[in-house]
Ligand binder design. Sequence first.
Ligand code: SF4
Length: 612
Amino acid sequence: MKSFCGKMLEVDLTSGKAKNILISEEMVKTYLGGRGLGARLLFDMLPAKTEPLSPKNVLIFLTGPLTGTMVPGSSKFVVVTKSPLTGGWCDSYSSGRISLELKKAGYDGLVIHGRSNHPCYLRIDEKGVQIREANLIWRKDSFETERILRESEGNAPVGISSIGPAGEKLVRFACINSDLYRQAGRGGVGAVMGSKNLKAILVKGSQRIEIHDRKEVVALNRLNHKRAKQSQVAQARMKYGTPLTLNITHTGGILPTMNFQYGTWEKALEKIDSIGVHKSITAYKACLFCFTHCSFETRINEGKYAGGVLEGPEYETLGMFGSNQLIDSLPTIIQANILCDQLGMDTISAGNIIGFIMECFEKELLSSKQTGGLEIRFGESEASLAALRMMAHREGFGEIMANGVKVLANYIGNDSNRFAMHVKGMEFPAYEPRGAFGSGLSYAVSPRGACHRRAWPPAKEILGGYPPYTIEGKAEMIKALYNENGILHSLLVCDMPAKFIPMSLDDYSQYWHAVSGESVSKEDFLKISERIETLIRMFNNREGFTRKDDFLPYRTLHEPLPDGPAKGQCIGEENLNKMIDEYYALRGWDASGIPTEETRRRYGLLGENEIQ
Ligand code: SF4
């Protein structure tokens, strides 16, 4: 099968030994790559109930079968592990040159076990891996780390992924940075890397990636490029990037405002929305192999942080550091984003936690005495930035913030968990589910916790004509969105071109054939996606997750939204339960959320499939 290396590199940091593990074509046909292959490997390699920050946890970097093949958005990789934030399944995605370099070095991915007894980094090429001392980069921020490592290679093109101080300090939502501004952000993958004393991974490959029919890939790209030019959605996304989403969520009344108390914020408009951000764009950017760029560079031109440069900010950061904290200063949000990238923290979780603390101060559940002097209220941008630094370094009250909003709410008590906006311990992203009930279901059943990437219901409920405040048809809708994204995340292509252009699973089936020489139908893809989702559910079940963990916070279920087009709406426990019942039934899971024997048989998951 072309474009597929057939092997992964396995490194044990405790013993310092490395070997290749072979991945059969059968395995790729059954699980594709990326998310699917990661699910199989994690299930098989990780002993049940492993402590996520112990040496026994496994950190898996995976490319996909389309990586590096010129297919639109094919420079993604995924990091799969057991999350220190949720204690369950974690898959965290990023763009980055490292995906291409791994393939060029002859590896479909990298599996890391154990813990080094000193800070180290990995240097990988086609000859194998060297475990090198990290004295020069330990305690450096992510930007500086990357600069030093790049210089050590004579500034030649290499793939680098690294952690910042937050990863070293085991902040439970620490991310892994690549190419300065790209993050595998969610679930604390950076903390797992830090727990292994692994500061960075540098990869340099030189092999050519084999493609079955290069001309066919080019022909498909021409066709899709033409479709992108004709697509108003694609053109708008290329002009405004993801900040355009803020205008959509504000209009739909699902823009998280003041820690998800409200769903709209007029002051966001023209300041931190697509128009406001557009004025600060200094250059457009794209990931490798992407012709529907959604990325751009901004620069802070005035004030205390003048001179700051960022690739971004993305919508999620605008939502979580803007409306959710009532901050309408774009320079402050850009600065918060730069800090998160440098220190190595997920902007979504960090922004959510600060919004929660602001509400605790507003409700007088927290005092500056408890926080060691930190007083932080809605709209206070300097305090927000100070909180970020404290979290990353686990300084003072940062020690508690660094464990996520769920732990923080337990510490504060006084029913603050009613407005601690998370699922399974992972903080809500920037969509208010009371104005789009499908989002609520999607958050609740997501195996990695509150997540906007497995399904993006606003596409249907705000833009797509599905009534947003009903539960009818939502289970089917979410299952279909999960299944489609499950394939994109296993092929490891960016799901945004698929939405913007748009491209269907039939289009990816054509790409798959052109790249690998193999045929797979849309129906085959969907069956694979069902298998992957079931296996991930089995992983979480094994870790102790049951239906009780597919929950939503009290606020989402019981407090009616006070403003906007969704005014008066909340999801309600009965509605959530009905959607979950329906979703489980559609998946072939029993009422407690456990895949039935028949379902496991259907997807070949009754026995333990061995790694080939
Ligand atoms: S659409 Fe955006 S995130 Fe996706 S590959 Fe292109 S530039 Fe990267």
